[in-house]
Design a protein around this ligand. Structure first.
Ligand SMILES: Nc1ncnc2c1ncn2[C@@H]1O[C@H](COP(=O)(O)OP(=O)(O)OP(=O)(O)O)[C@@H](O)[C@H]1O
Length: 562
């Protein structure tokens, strides 16, 4: 086994300056807005207010406008200018200030790699207070040490505040949840303060948030609860029969539960339908009636109130979702932060060649024995392999607190395991694709792709479980000779994020479209990691049956070869 094993690690930074400070694990701001820019912005805004007030004093007709002077004045780039000759001077200076402000905001947008498409794009916000959030919400953000909006929040909050449909994509761990939660909470608390909404006859559902897994729904629900405290908003997580949907303002759920209970859900006043992990919820599984895409279509059709807006969020950008949105949704605003479909650059990414499946066992043993600081997530391609790897790791080190989570466990078991992992009682959590997306386990310092992910989308989400909220992380991906034919696309993503991969991997043949599809349907066949008890019993029974039927002979020593 050891002879066959050859490990090569790659991941040395190519460009030290690009990702400088990768080792200091301090929480950073997620956006780049210098104090200078903020100050300049404030000065220009003050000037702008002064100019507009002077203009409006001269124009009796537009007196009311002074009251509304705020950053929103700048939200439309194509403002109508007054042609009155007498006011040319002032108008010009208002125009100059506006231009300067626009340039400053565009520079900040560029520095934060915020790309937008659509008509009449609203400007970014530089502070949460620019979004007219209530003091309750602003205080809550401060209590949670969230000071400055992240790039996705800078752009999607104004989009949603203007009640635009949105298609948004931004790296893993960059604050997409708050990017949609804050404007929803603000809008709903505003509505509930209005008399017509606060009357009990109008307690209708106002927002639905869709998540692909129970775990993610539970996490998003907790996030809403945290930020709704101090308001009269009620949030429900549709995970059990006892959920009180009748009195919920916001409902967080997986699509299947909504579809199942659709007849009980009143969507006639729905303001927002949020499709989180949108590319996942657009996935079609041939021959499967209950695939996400069909469920989403059913829900979308049911949410047809005039006041309903839709927002799609994900860390990975799907051309299919984009095409569908352009064809089916009016007045959509699109925002993409950073390069499309790229991995999080605060995660140090390594590719480790292990030769064979046995090589992977040695590699993980070495890794966990040397530089490992818990907690870690280890991804494998199937639930059987998750159970097998737990057995192997427990045998390597009996003191290593290791467990697995996968879809074969009951809901209760899954919840308990997640809770133990969050509490730090489990150091190494072996999991399948189930935990690949969205989960914000902020202290995960290491992700190991024990089995190669079957797509770059899966790779990006898996490694994104570490390096969240501006922290640094570390991801190691093992590959064997069997994986060689699939490795190029993942190697390319790693290289694009600024990490070294050997040249020969880049020179490998491109993975064909058919092979990619095949990979998505079926991961490569691999040797077992370890025999678990049930498998040993099953094997014994099979052998006994074969001996009884005379298909094989009982060996002289009574033991069959393993
Ligand atoms: N403006 C901010 N400043 C600092 N931290 C933030 C900010 N916004 C959100 N966070 C924190 O960042 C972490 C990651 O946020 P979130 O889970 O929303 O990421 P995400 O972009 O949805 O990631 P994924 O694509 O993996 O689902 C959370 O712990 C959240 O509290």
């Amino acid at each position: 086994m050891s002879l066959a094993f050859k490990t090569l690690s790659f991941g040395i930074k190519r460009n030290k300056t690009k990702n400088a400070g990768i080792n200091e694990n301090t929480k950073k701001e997620l956006s780049t807005i210098s104090e200078d820019s903020l100050q300049k912005f404030d000065e220009l805004r003050e000037k702008m207010i002064g100019r507009v007030e002077t203009t409006t004093k001269k124009d009796k007709k537009s007196k009311k406008a002074t009251k509304k002077v705020s950053i929103q004045l700048l939200s439309s780039r194509k403002r109508q200018r007054d042609s009155d000759e007498d006011e040319d001077d002032i108008e010009e200076s208002v125009g100059d200030v506006e231009k300067k402000m626009q340039k400053l905001l565009d520079d900040i947008r560029r520095a934060n790699r915020i790309f937008t498409w659509g008509d009449h794009l609203p400007n970014i916000i530089l502070r949460f207070s620019d979004a007219n959030l209530s003091s309750v919400l602003l205080n809550r953000l401060t209590e949670c040490s969230i000071r400055q909006p992240s790039p996705i929040q800078m752009q999607s909050i104004p989009f949603m505040t203007e009640r635009r449909n949105v298609l948004a994509s931004a790296p893993t761990g960059s604050g997409k949840t708050l990017a949609f939660a804050l404007p929803i909470i603000e809008e709903i608390s505003g509505l509930k303060q209005q008399a017509e909404y606060s009357s009990s006859s109008f307690s209708k559902l106002l927002a639905i948030v869709l998540e692909p897994t129970r775990e993610l729904a539970a996490q998003t629900y907790s996030e809403f609860l945290k930020y709704c405290s101090g308001t009269s908003i009620t949030v429900a997580n549709f995970s059990g029969e006892e959920t009180d949907i009748e009195h919920a303002d916001i409902l967080v759920s997986t699509p299947n539960r909504i579809v199942f209970h659709l007849d009980k859900i009143d969507t006639s006043a729905l303001r927002w339908l949020i499709v989180d992990e949108s590319d996942r919820l657009f996935e079609v599984i041939e021959g499967q009636e209950k695939c996400f895409r069909n469920q989403l279509a059913t829900i979308y059709k049911a949410c047809d109130a005039k006041c309903t807006r839709v927002a799609f969020f994900s860390a990975t950008f799907s051309h299919e979702v984009e095409k569908w949105c352009k064809e089916n949704i009016d007045n959509i605003g699109m925002v993409c932060v950073g390069e499309r479909n790229s991995s999080n650059t605060s995660v140090k990414q390594e590719l480790t060649y292990c030769g064979t499946e046995d090589g992977k066992k040695i590699a993980i043993r070495n890794l966990l024995r040397t530089s490992f600081k818990p907690p870690a997530l280890v991804f494998v391609q199937s639930k059987d392999r998750a159970v097998q790897l737990v057995k192997l790791l427990s045998a390597i080190d009996s003191k290593l607190n290791v467990d697995s989570i996968n879809s074969s466990k009951s809901d209760k078991e899954r919840d308990e395991t997640m809770e133990r992992f969050r509490r730090g009682e489990i150091w190494v959590l072996v999991c399948t694709e189930l935990l690949g997306r969205g989960l914000d386990l902020s202290d995960v310092s290491l992700v190991i792709n024990y089995d190669l992910p079957t797509s770059i989308v899966s790779y990006i989400h898996r490694v994104g479980r570490t390096g969240r909220a501006g922290k640094n992380g570390h991801a190691v991906t093992y590959f064997t000779d069997t994986d060689m034919k699939y490795i190029k696309s993942i190697a390319t993503v790693i290289r694009q994020s600024g990490f070294d991969v050997p040249e020969y991997l880049m020179e490998m043949k491109k993975v064909s479209r058919d092979r990619k599809k095949e990979m998505l349907k079926r991961a490569p066949k691999r040797h077992k990691i370890a025999m678990v008890k049930e498998q040993v019993i099953k094997r014994k029974k099979m052998l006994a049956k074969a001996v009884a039927e005379g298909k094989i002979k009982r060996p002289a020593n009574g033991k069959h070869p393993r």
